[in-house]
Design a protein around this ligand. Structure first.
Ligand SMILES: [Zn+2]
Length: 428
């Protein structure tokens, strides 16, 4: 076993560097949408990582959703090869953050350090995680420059909007080919003592019911699309929601409520368009001939996607036979299959072992209710040895006054650096 005391001493020396790096990243406002400052944050990471001996590559995801001359989808992949051949450990972090929203008492792009917490949009999700992985990698490389294999760090766009201009694009270009990369850690905020093995699936669809326009004083001369949609929602309440509530997954999803199938009705609209807030007129009297909803169905590893689709279309088709003049259209908007890494996979077992060493208690294995970029590494990259592990507190993601605790980051730096030592130092 290699002596790890020099590594731990070096990590302890980098606390101020970790704070400054996290603050710098927060101060580059990479809001998505629209995808602000992706080039700026990649340039910052390029300067930082090049100075620490990484070879860097800037990759623009041309032609992906949202990519334009005004809002180019820039990504960075940095690689540091060791002195001898071996496996590659890749840290992937998204650089985008969601909108600020209301309710902040600190500057969302100020990166203020108050009582051991760094505040700002993206502090927790996930610029704190990105900074943590950089400090872990730099500490490891400086202590053991003769390590075996390679370390990669990527900063990628658009995770918050599906990852198509980020990890999906890189996976399509071969950056997550298992021949090139063997282990992936995504430092999403799942808490310093938990290893996240994967996520549930998602199916998004728009359903439209049709009617016939007529004068509102004589609705019997038309056909009300909103009433038809009411019948759809009623069937969801009586048939679909109770059936979904019965299904429990073996996936260790947190929070507990997400361990079953869920569905959100994302939006509903029927009849006349809503007018602008400053419109002072009255509505015309019409029977609506169209009503649309968007559904957001999250499903379990145990539920095949076809079953998820058929369950909804089955309800719609049953209404077609039982309800006069009922007609509908269903348009699938997107789908993501569940992803689950085995808890005995090398990266999952390695991180769990180091959590036990650093914190003196067993790691908790969890799965995420929502999807994240693991889906692309798994499905497009065909790389199964991937988990999420990062220091942020999950419940703070996307909230006002989002923060990250410096002490939590320091714990995760140690877990990540020890994991690098376990994977990239020879066992002599
Ligand atoms: Zn995130």
């Amino acid at each position: 076993m290699t002596e790890l005391a020099p590594l731990l001493a070096r990590i302890a020396d980098k606390r101020d560097d970790l704070i400054a790096l996290t603050q710098d990243l927060i101060r580059i406002p990479t809001l998505n949408p629209p995808g602000d400052n992706y080039r700026e944050i990649c340039d910052y990471l390029d300067r930082r990582l090049s100075a620490h001996g990484f070879m860097t590559e800037m990759i623009r995801a041309h032609g992906t959703p949202g990519d334009s001359e005004k809002y180019p989808r820039w990504n960075i992949v940095a690689r540091r090869d060791g002195a001898q051949s071996g496996e590659c450990v890749h840290f992937n972090s998204h650089t985008d953050v969601v909108e600020v929203g209301k309710g902040w008492t600190t500057d969302p792009f100020g990166g203020a350090l108050i009582d051991g917490k760094i505040y700002g949009r993206g502090a927790c999700d996930m610029k704190g995680g990105l900074a943590t992985s950089i400090i872990a990698a730099e500490s490891f490389i400086e202590t053991y420059p003769d390590f075996h294999g390679a370390i990669e760090i990527s900063g990628t766009a658009d995770e918050e909007s599906g990852g198509y201009g980020g990890v999906a694009y890189l996976a399509e270009k071969g950056y997550f080919d298992p021949k090139k990369v063997q282990h992936v850690i995504i430092p999403e905020p799942l808490n310093k003592d938990r290893v996240c093995l994967g996520h549930r699936g998602g199916w998004w669809a728009e359903i439209e019911t049709f009617g016939e326009i007529a004068h509102g004083s004589m609705p019997f001369l038309g056909d009300c699309a909103v009433r038809h949609m009411g019948a759809v929602l009623d069937k969801f309440e009586t048939d679909l929601f109770p059936a979904m509530a019965q299904r429990r997954t073996d996936m260790p999803v947190v929070p507990e409520g997400a361990r079953q199938s869920t569905m959100n009705i994302n939006s509903i609209h029927g009849g006349q368009k809503e007018q602008a807030d400053d419109f002072t007129g009255l509505p015309a009297h019409c029977v609506p001939d169209s009503c649309r909803i968007v559904i957001d169905r999250r499903f379990l590893d145990e539920e095949p996607l076809d079953m998820v689709r058929d369950e909804v279309t089955g309800i719609l088709n049953s209404l077609k036979s039982s309800r006069a003049k009922f007609d509908y259209a269903l348009t699938e908007l997107n789908h993501v299959l569940p992803s689950m890494t085995d808890r005995n996979a090398p990266i999952a077992a390695t991180i769990a072992g180091q959590i036990q060493t650093v914190l003196g208690k067993p790691a908790q294995f969890v799965a995420s209710p929502g999807t994240y970029d693991q889906k692309h590494i798994d499905r497009i990259g065909k790389l199964k040895n991937c988990v999420a592990y990062g220091p942020g507190i999950l419940e703070l993601a996307h909230k006002p006054d989002e923060y990250i605790c410096v002490d939590d980051m320091m714990v995760s730096v140690e877990v990540m650096a020890r994991s690098l030592a376990a994977l990239l130092l020879p066992n002599d």
